[in-house]
Design a protein around this ligand. Structure first.
Ligand SMILES: [Zn+2]
Length: 416
C-alpha cells in the first residue's frame, strides 16, 4: 500500500515569505528538529543563492556526520540548466533537488510574455533533469508551478516527460491556494493514474483549505496507486496566507475520522516533538502561534465553560480528540522573573560562562579550557549578529558541540 511522506519546506517557502526570515543557525535548528520528528525530507534552501552556500554545505556535512540523519536534505532551484549548473558549482555536495517551472497558461503567457510556449516548458524541464543527473543528483522532484490552474492534459504530458527522464516525483503546486478538497482529489488521482509516479501536494491557505487539500490530494495519489508527499511548513508560515501546517496535517492524517485506516504516514513521525518545533519556529520567525492553532495553540486544550470543564474533568475524551501529552506539551516552562543574563553579540566571557553554566546544570557541556569557552563565545556573538535575539539553549549547545560547523554556517562573504 502506498504511503504519505512529509516534505517540509519551511526553510524555502517559509523564509521567502514577505517580512519574515530565519538566520542560518535558526534554519539549521529547524532541520535538526524536523529530523528528530521523523520528517522524510527538508527543502533546506536555495543552492543558487550565494549567501546560502555555506549554510547548505554545513548542513550537508551534518548529514554526512550522521547528525542530520535519516532526513533527506533537498534544495529548490528553477528547472533550467544554468540553475542546475550553478547549484552544483556553489554546493558541490548537494544530492537532492526539486526543479520548478510554471505550468499554467496564465503564468506561461503572463511571466514569459510569449518567449516560452508549452513545449519549451517541457524541454527546459527535461534538460534540467538530465543535467542534474549528469552532475550527481541522487533524487529529483519536478515542480509544476501553478498546476491547479494548468490544463490536466498538459500536466500529464509534463509528468510523463519527467518520468521518462527518471525524475522521482511530480510536485503538484496549488501555488495560489485555488483548489478545494474535491478538485485536488480528482486532479491528483488522475495524475497518479495517468503518469504512474509519486505525487507531491504543495498547498497554500488563500482559501483556508491548505490542510484539507493536502489530505484530499494525498488520498487522490494513493487511490491512484502512488505514494503521496505532503509539503508542509512549521506553523503554516509561508507566502501570503501560508502553507499547509506541519503539525495540523499530521493530526489530520492520523486522527481524522477513519482516514488512517487506509491512508498511513510512511516512516515514523514522532508527534511528541511538535510542541518544541512549533515554539522554536514561532520564536525564530517572531510570529506568535495563534491561540486556536490545532495542537499547539494556547487554547488547544483549554476549557472554561461549565459543561465543557465538567465533561473534560470527568473524562478528557468528552471534549478532546487527542491528548496534549501526545504533542509533547505539559511540561512546566520556567520564565525568568528576576535578574537575567543573556548571551549576545556584545557579551563577555563572564556572562557567557554564567549562561552556559546554567544550561550545564541540566546537560553536560563543560568547556575544556578558557580558550575553548572564548572561541565558542565568539561564535555565539556572530550567531547573535545574525538573529538579533538571544539564542535558545539548543542553539548554544549546538555551537558548543559543533564549533567548526557553526563557524561555517555563520560565515558570510558578500561580493567576493
Ligand atoms: Zn509555495
Amino acid at each position: 500500500m502506498p504511503k504519505i511522506y512529509i516534505i517540509d519546506v519551511t526553510n524555502r517557502d517559509g523564509v521567502q515569505t514577505a517580512k519574515l526570515g530565519l538566520s542560518k543557525l535558526e534554519k539549521t535548528m529547524i532541520n535538526i528538529y524536523l529530523n528528530g520528528m521523523g520528517v522524510f525530507q527538508s527543502e533546506l534552501g536555495f543552492p543558487t543563492t550565494r549567501h546560502e552556500s555555506l549554510y547548505l554545505q554545513a548542513n550537508l556535512e551534518l548529514a554526512e556526520m550522521g547528525v542530520l540523519k535519516p532526513i533527506r536534505l533537498e534544495g529548490w532551484i528553477r528547472a533550467i540548466v544554468p540553475d542546475v549548473e550553478t547549484a552544483f558549482k556553489m554546493v558541490p555536495n548537494i544530492r537532492h533537488l526539486n526543479l520548478s517551472i510554471s505550468t499554467s497558461n496564465q503564468m506561461i503567457d503572463g511571466k514569459f510574455q510569449g518567449r516560452k510556449k508549452k513545449d519549451d516548458i517541457i524541454n527546459d524541464m527535461v534538460e534540467a533533469v538530465d543535467a542534474a543527473w549528469a552532475l550527481g543528483a541522487e533524487s529529483i522532484g519536478v515542480n509544476a508551478e501553478d498546476a491547479s490552474r494548468a490544463d490536466l492534459d498538459f500536466l500529464i504530458k509534463f509528468g510523463l516527460a519527467a518520468k521518462e527522464h527518471r525524475a522521482d516525483r511530480l510536485r503538484y503546486c496549488d501555488t495560489l491556494g485555488y483548489d478545494n478538497p474535491f478538485t485536488i482529489y480528482e486532479t491528483v488521482r488522475a495524475l497518479a493514474e495517468n503518469i504512474g509516479m509519486p505525487i507531491e501536494q504543495h498547498c497554500h491557505g488563500d482559501l483556508g483549505l491548505a490542510v484539507a487539500n493536502s489530505i484530499a490530494g494525498a488520498k487522490g495519489a494513493i487511490d491512484g496507486g502512488q505514494d503521496a508527499y505532503i509539503n508542509t511548513t512549521v506553523n503554516g508560515i509561508g507566502e501570503r496566507a501560508g502553507n499547509t501546517d506541519l503539525v495540523a496535517v499530521i493530526l489530520a492524517a492520523t486522527k481524522s475520522k477513519g482516514f488512517a485506516e487506509k491512508y498511513q504516514l510512511g516512516g515514523s513521525i514522532d508527534l511528541s516533538k511538535a510542541w518544541k518545533i512549533a515554539k522554536f519556529a514561532s520564536y525564530a520567525f517572531g510570529v506568535p502561534i495563534p491561540v486556536n492553532q490545532p495542537g499547539v495553540g494556547a487554547n488547544a486544550f483549554a476549557h472554561e465553560s461549565g459543561i465543557h470543564a465538567d465533561g473534560v474533568l470527568k473524562d478528557p475524551q468528552n471534549y478532546e480528540l487527542y491528548g496534549f501529552e501526545e504533542l509533547g506539551r505539559g511540561e512546566a516552562e520556567l520564565v525568568e522573573t528576576g535578574r537575567e543574563i543573556s548571551a549576545g553579540e556584545y557579551s563577555g566571557i563572564s556572562g557567557f560562562t554564567h549562561v552556559m553554566g546554567k544550561i550545564a546544570g541540566k546537560v553536560a557541556i563543560p568547556f575544556a579550557s578558557r580558550e575553548e569557552a572564548t572561541e565558542v563565545l565568539e561564535l555565539v556573538r556572530y550567531a547573535n549578529v545574525e538573529s538579533q535575539k538571544p539564542l535558545v539553549e539548543d542553539e548554544l549547545l549546538f555551537i558548543a558541540k559543533y564549533p567548526q560547523i557553526a563557524k561555517k554556517l555563520l560565515t558570510l562573504t558578500p561580493l567576493e
